[in-house]
Design a binder for this molecule. Structure first.
Ligand code: FES
Length: 91
């Protein structure tokens, strides 16, 4: 099925790129931009992005590596803890 009509990218192309990126690096975050680049293309009009993302999300290899999950929450919690410590230092 054609996903991107501007560039002729199919769902099979997207899945092949996602599978290749995951096989190449188990810890990489796979983004639409990386998929375009892996296919040697760059987005044109962008109207395919919702279907492009939906196709990517159906691929089990798109999962965020376990080591990278929750990093945003940890960072936010650290900043909140620092804020509390800083507020105790103020006169
Ligand atoms: S349809 Fe994909 S860039 Fe235009």
């Amino acid at each position: 099925m054609i996903v991107c009509s501007c560039l002729g990218i199919t769902d099979k192309d997207i899945n092949a790129a996602v599978d290749w990126m995951r096989a190449s690096d188990a810890h990489t975050l796979i983004t639409p931009g990386k998929v375009y680049r892996a296919l040697g293309k760059s987005a044109d009009c962008g109207s395919c992005l919702p279907l492009f993302l939906s196709t990517m999300r159906q691929n089990a290899n798109l999962e965020i590596p376990m080591q990278l999950r929750g990093l945003g929450r940890v960072k936010t919690q650290d900043l909140q803890d620092e804020g509390r410590r800083e507020s105790h230092r103020l006169p």
